[in-house]
Write a protein that binds this ligand. Structure first.
Ligand SMILES: [Zn+2]
Length: 436
């Protein structure tokens, strides 16, 4: 039996991709339960028992405690979490079928290859190798594989926190997505972006109520006109830059690495040199608001009494109140704002023994590695763990080729991950578990 930590990572990743765990929202998808059972089987084979919790029919998450002989039982368990669900994929758009787990051009292709069956596979490969070889991690590990991350974690992480909080007792630190991937600056220097913060989410519904009537008449109280103007103001609003602590540390590291001064107001130009990542970093320099849905009317010559719009709003850590106040000002008093989703931002410091263990384990596998914190524009299960005071880090290590559009892989067509990056990640995680 092969006891190398990276021995099984590629095969496990392919197998997980082949289980279609598409998340269509509240209704059960095809494969979350099957994926959780598959993971339970992989753990069971090496003597690790687990428990599956269902938040709804087939909305399955799995929890396992791994504290083999040799762990420091006085240490708090490290939470290692990954979601098993994926966003939908339309097979016609793909070069290789999104649920076939094919290998081509040195990559594993498929939905979930980077978000985030890659990390799930790394964790399982490392833990199975260690369990077989009888090599304990430094501290106990709490493994959590969740459902429903891609639709807000209501049937996954948030549900676990609400209904099985005792399962997470004692956990103070966690690793999961989205971070740990490399950004090539020079041949001998790669920045590994560790997620220490994520933006808050405000999905707003704007409702304009007016006077219904015939489309041929004058109408100064037209709900569509009122709503359209408000949507246009929000869509066109240029949110000022707001640089958080994690962002500042990231920009400092980039400017040092590129040997250029980084003026936050002109950072976008400099960041463009880093390739596709600049899109994501650009989105974290300020709040953002994107109108995404419009609903009104049913007939060409009837003025409807109501018009509605959906806005996807994201605010930087610490910026919620100001964000909401600005929205209110932009839409005016004739529009009602309803909050479909309001999830707080998350932020932790880039310091401490856990961060040092990340840096050490990365450097041991890549001498050109330099870990830097960053603020992520999206939301993850970290929002749920943060509710119970767990410090969350995005640390799913991948050494990537300089020209891969990694950010474009998330929820994108032809999502894929290099097999050697998967193996690299497994080796880094193995080192990490020894000292973290
Ligand atoms: Zn994800």
């Amino acid at each position: 039996m092969d006891h190398r930590p990276d021995a099984e990572v590629v095969e496990i990743c392919r197998d997980l991709i082949r289980i279609d765990t598409t998340n269509f929202g509240p209704q059960p998808g095809p494969g979350e339960r099957e994926a959780a059972e598959h993971v339970a089987g992989l753990l069971d084979e090496v003597g690790i028992s687990s428990e599956i919790f269902e938040a709804g029919p087939k909305r399955a998450s799995l929890i396992a405690d791994w504290a083999p002989e040799g762990v420091d039982t006085s240490a708090t368990p490290l939470l290692i979490h990954g979601h098993l669900d994926v966003v939908p994929a339309n097979a016609d758009d793909w070069t290789h079928h999104p649920f076939a787990g094919e290998i081509a051009d040195g990559c594993v292709w498929g939905r979930g290859a980077v978000d985030m069956k890659d990390f799930d596979a790394m964790v399982l490969s490392v833990i199975r190798a260690r369990a077989r070889a009888g090599v304990a991690p430094r501290r106990p590990v709490k493994l959590v594989f969740t459902a429903d991350e891609e639709a807000g974690s209501h049937y996954g992480a948030h549900w676990l926190v609400d209904h099985h909080r005792d399962q997470l007792d004692g956990c103070t630190e966690a690793i999961g997505e989205v971070g740990g991937f490399s950004l090539t600056v020079r041949d001998d220097l790669r920045l590994y972006l560790i997620q220490t913060a994520e933006k808050g989410i405000a999905w707003l519904r704007l409702i304009a109520d007016g006077t219904a009537g015939h489309g041929s008449m004058r109408n100064d109280d037209n709900a569509v006109t009122e709503l359209a103007a408000a949507v246009a103001r929000i869509g066109a609003y240029d949110w000022p830059h707001k640089i958080t602590e994690a962002q500042r540390a990231f920009l400092d590291a980039v400017s040092e690495a590129l040997e250029v001064e980084l003026d936050p107001d002109r950072a976008q130009e400099t960041l463009a040199k880093l390739g596709s990542i600049s899109r994501m970093i650009g989105a974290t320099m300020s709040n953002t608001t994107n109108p995404t849905m419009l609903t009104a009317g049913y007939k060409h010559n009837v003025i409807p009494g109501r018009a509605e719009a959906a806005i996807d709003g994201r605010f930087v850590p610490g910026g919620r109140e100001e964000f909401l106040a600005t929205i209110k000002e932009l839409v005016g008093d004739k529009i009602t704002i309803e909050m479909d989703t309001l999830q707080p931002s998350v932020e932790t410091e880039f310091s401490g023994a856990l961060v040092e263990a990340m840096q050490r384990s990365l450097a041991a596998e890549d001498p050109g590695a330099r870990a830097v914190p960053y603020l992520m524009s999206g939301g993850t299960d970290a929002k749920a763990w943060d509710r119970i005071g767990i410090r969350c880090f995005g640390f799913a290590p991948l050494r990537l080729p300089a020209d891969l559009d990694f950010v474009g892989m998330f929820h994108g067509v032809d999502e894929r991950v290099p097999t050697d990056a998967l193996e690299f990640g497994a080796r880094v995680l193995d080192r990490f578990l020894a000292t973290a």
